[in-house]
Design a protein. Structure first.
Length: 263
């Protein structure tokens, strides 16, 4: 029935309007004195509309919130995880990532480390593709969204030094993801450590099986092909066939030339 949906929508708006005043009366005198009330008012169970007095009041940022990407380096060794493979720049939809691969000054060959790394945060759409496709967990999405500036030229082009942050910072803003990634990395390292111990144990068992066919294989005779080579008799036979075909072609050519002269 036409108009019924509009009435229902206005009813929801009126409900939130009334609940806002009811909740204000309920929390009267306590909404600015207790720090645990603000998350309740702005949480899923909160009713009505309540304005957050930002920046004095700040809501907790969800763990999966994503903003401008940043690069990780190890806390102990200061080693940058990025290998300048360029996958993040390739999958970036707005193409806001630029990478310059470093080179070894002694050999002049490329090394797995970026010499320069730039992200234009004015172009970045915060999609998270770079962090999703990175094979080395070297780039992650940040929680820092306060990037206001008065300069519109190069201030929002982040370079390598501005993008680098320690792994401990990533663990503090995304503890669940960090724990899952570390567990997967530990499992992979454990499987890699067990692999060399299993291979030598299987080698002695495979040696007799490989030696048995070698003992039953008869030695090649002098007149049979060995491997990919041919016996002398086979080589002589093929040469004779090639020579006979060449002579036949030459005779046919001469016969054709003689017939043309007679005509």
């Amino acid at each position: 029935m036409y108009g019924l949906g509009i009435i229902r929508g206005l009813g929801v708006t009126l409900k939130h309007f009334v609940e806002s005043y009811i909740e204000d009366i309920r929390w009267f005198g306590r909404k600015y004195t207790r720090s645990d009330i603000l998350p309740v008012r702005q949480g899923p169970k909160g009713k009505g509309i309540f304005t957050v007095q930002y920046p004095e009041e700040r809501l907790p940022i969800p763990e999966q919130f994503r903003f401008i990407p940043f690069l990780l380096y190890e806390d102990e060794t200061k080693q940058i995880r990025c290998t300048s493979c360029g996958i993040c720049a390739k999958v970036c939809p707005p193409q806001c990532i630029w990478i310059v691969r470093g080179t070894d000054p002694r050999t002049g060959r490329p090394k797995p480390e970026p010499e320069e790394f730039y992200i234009d945060v004015d172009i970045c759409m915060n999609c998270g593709f770079c962090a999703e496709f990175c094979p080395f967990d070297a780039i992650k999405m940040d929680h820092d969204f306060e990037l206001a500036t008065y300069d519109r030229t190069t201030t929002n082009i982040f370079d390598l030094q501005r993008l680098l942050k320690p792994v401990s910072y990533y663990a503090s803003i995304r503890p669940t993801d960090y724990a899952r990634e570390e567990a997967a990395r530990a499992e992979k390292e454990g499987a890699k450590a067990k692999r060399p111990a299993a291979e030598p144990a299987a080698a002695p068992a495979a040696a007799p099986a490989q030696a048995a066919p070698a003992a039953t294989t008869p030695p090649p005779s002098a007149g049979t092909p060995t491997g990919r080579g041919l016996s002398p008799e086979e080589i002589a036979r093929r040469k004779a066939e090639m020579e006979a075909r060449r002579r036949a072609r030459e005779a046919a050519r001469r016969a054709g030339e003689g017939g043309g002269e007679q005509a």
